[in-house]
Design a protein. Structure first.
Length: 171
């Protein structure tokens, strides 16, 4: 496993997208994505930013592939820098905004689902959300969308819980 594989493992472990990971560590868009895609290394600055942002990552694991990904004994007195705190809080705010958007859309879709169940069958219902229109011809299509959004809401909520926990444990 090379260093890019280990970075990808951090991203997966934290349930992040590459873009959100890049924002969290403060690097340009596609810095990590391009490195992974082209199988090229990342700069020492990028590695330093990863370790400064994700304090629970063992530097020996990230840099050398030795040991476990997560530190066994993370000192409780480590504190987040104001920059790290701002990044985490901003990331949490973004996720909370997305959760609110999905919750509103989910409620709208639930109502449309009820219309599809009506005696007329609600054939060809047009659902307007996020600035676009989608036509759902049956209940199954709509339920699949609702289910996928509910899963995204759960994932975002879990990410927020973890980030909030990190912030709380570092003060």
């Amino acid at each position: 496993m090379d260093i890019l594989d280990r970075i990808r493992q951090i991203i997966e472990n934290e349930h992040l997208t590459i873009a959100s990971f890049e924002r969290m560590i403060g690097v340009s868009n596609a810095t990590i994505g391009k490195a992974i895609e082209r199988k090229k290394g990342v700069s020492s600055d990028v590695l330093q930013r990863i370790l400064e942002t994700f304090l629970m990552i063992d530097p020996d694991w990230l840099l050398l592939g030795k040991g476990e990904m997560l530190r066994q004994n993370t000192p409780n007195n480590e504190t987040l820098t104001s920059g790290q705190e701002a990044v985490y809080k901003n990331f949490i705010a973004e996720k909370e905004k997305r959760i609110d958007e999905l919750t509103r859309e989910n409620e709208h879709l639930r109502l449309e689902n009820e219309a599809l169940k009506s005696p007329s069958g609600g054939a060809g219902i047009i659902v307007q959300h996020d600035g676009g229109n989608n036509t759902y011809n049956n209940n199954t299509d709509l339920m699949q969308l609702v289910t996928s959004q509910q899963m995204e809401i759960r994932d975002l909520t879990e990410q927020n819980r973890r980030l909030t926990e990190i912030i709380a444990n570092k003060f």
